[in-house]
Design a binder for this molecule. Structure first.
Ligand code: ADP
Length: 432
């Protein structure tokens, strides 16, 4: 049989396979299908895995985005909080000169918030900003605003390539006031010290020249020398006390105000008698405050000293210590010359005197009541004056009682009032 015949035979013969081979094929097909199915299954699972991974990373990104949004919101809230609570006014002009940002303090300082450089007020500030925009160099100017009068310092700096400008406005009114007070104080203190110093020099020169020619004049010049030297040292002592008190009193000691008032009254009794004045003290219950014994006795001494110096011979001085709830009250009253109503609010100022000559003559420094006020305030208390010209004065110091935690007594620190001194008008003391 040739090859063609063989081929035809194979082609025409029915396809019959032995059972073993059939099973093998069927198995192979099934395996194939299964493999396909597994393959598909495996493909879907990896797809699912990938989808899930994708989902997770999307969720993570969303989370991160939300976190970032939250954190930028937080940052913005923190920024707003900081800028909003700042004392300095902050304003950002964009490149077109329009307001891009401003905080609350800026509106307070300038009176309103401008919408752009063109609406800035006062004009000097507008010019300064234009100058910064033109030259790109920071500028600082000081301005005065009225109603109410405020001093402002405005600093403008270029803030970026686009021509933005940042303006920071600071209220320097208080700084200026403190500077002025300090300047006045130095000028006043120098003046007060210069006068006795010049007198001492003059008296010493005269003393030297009269010592030989006019020996009888020596005691007169010597006592002038002594008087002026004492005045000088009193001013220096008061200035030192004042400067110490300005940094506070050393609190914590238990001070028996009633006993202290009695002691100080006793200390002045002789001087009062010699000057023809009567001094007495009235204390009821024990009155205790927590503070500095040294400073409180300094305060009482200054009040008694004033009462004696501004009361004519024949006059009366009375100290009273009383406790009213959690407040201890010390008053020093006299029936002396009194204080004119217009001067009442100023008597606690350093170097303020109603009658400069009288104060000097009686050995005053102009610092006594300032010392009194500092001691009262250092102890969380207040001092108040009531006076009537020609009728007398009452100085009342109110301090927190020792048992209660030191807290400010209600009311103004200095409450100057006009009216006769009540203690001396009371039936107990009237008609002396
Ligand atoms: P000074 O050393 O001049 O007395 P103070 O500071 O103690 O200074 O008092 C300021 C001014 O207050 C005094 O110069 C005086 O004019 C007035 N003054 C103080 N205490 C009395 C008082 N008890 N009676 C009348 N005037 C007083």
């Amino acid at each position: 049989m040739n090859d063609d015949e063989t081929l035809r035979e194979v082609a025409e013969s029915p396809l019959t396979l032995p059972p073993v081979e059939t099973a093998a094929i069927v198995t192979a097909v099934l395996v194939g299908i299964a493999a396909g199915a597994i393959g598909i299954a495996l493909g879907r699972r990896s797809l699912e895995r990938r989808v899930r991974t994708l989902e997770v990373s999307v969720a993570r990104s969303t989370d991160a985005l939300a976190r970032r949004e939250r954190s930028s919101e937080d940052e913005r809230a923190v920024q707003d909080l900081i800028l909003g609570s700042m004392q300095e006014g902050v304003l950002l002009f964009d490149g077109k000169g329009e307001t891009a940002f401003s905080n609350a303090a800026l509106g307070r300082h300038l009176g309103s918030t401008p919408t752009g450089v063109g609406h800035l007020y006062p004009p000097a500030l507008r010019e300064a900003i234009r100058g910064v925009a033109e030259h790109g160099i920071p500028a600082t100017i000081e301005l005065e605003r009225d109603d109410p009068i405020r001093w402002l310092r405005a600093a403008a700096v270029p803030a970026g390539e686009d021509g933005s400008i940042l303006l920071v406005v600071t209220d320097i009114t208080e700084t200026r006031r403190v500077e002025a007070v300090r300047r006045d104080f130095v000028a006043n203190a120098s003046h007060e010290l210069k006068t006795p110093a010049a007198s001492i020099r003059a008296a010493a020169e005269t003393l030297a020249s009269v010592a030989e020619g006019d020996p009888q004049a020596v005691p007169r010049f010597a006592s002038q020398l002594e008087r002026e030297a004492m005045r000088l040292s009193r001013i220096v002592a008061d200035l030192l006390d004042l400067s110490r008190l300005e940094s506070g009193s050393e609190l914590g000691e238990t001070v028996h105000l009633d006993a202290m008032a009695r002691e100080e009254t006793e200390r002045f009794e002789e001087a009062a008698r010699e000057g023809g004045r009567a001094i007495r003290v009235r204390t009821t219950d024990p009155a205790t405050v927590s503070g500095s014994g040294r400073d409180i006795s300094l305060m009482i001494r200054n009040l008694i000293d004033n009462a004696l110096r501004y009361t004519q011979p024949g006059g009366h001085i009375e100290l009273a210590v009383e406790t009213h709830g959690d407040v201890v009250e010390l008053s020093v009253s006299d029936d002396g010359i009194g204080i004119p109503i217009r001067d009442l609010p100023r008597v606690f100022e350093r170097f303020y005197r109603v009658d400069r000559a009288r104060s000097r003559e009686t050995g005053g420094t102009g610092l006594g009541l300032s010392i009194v006020r500092h001691v009262a305030e250092n102890h969380g208390g207040t001092v108040q004056v009531e006076s009537e010209l020609g009728a007398g004065s009452t100085f009342t110091v109110r301090l927190p009682a020792a048992e209660t935690p030191a807290r400010p007594v209600t009311g103004r620190t200095i409450d100057a009032q006009n009216g006769a001194s009540p203690a001396l008008r009371s039936p107990e003391t009237a008609g002396r």
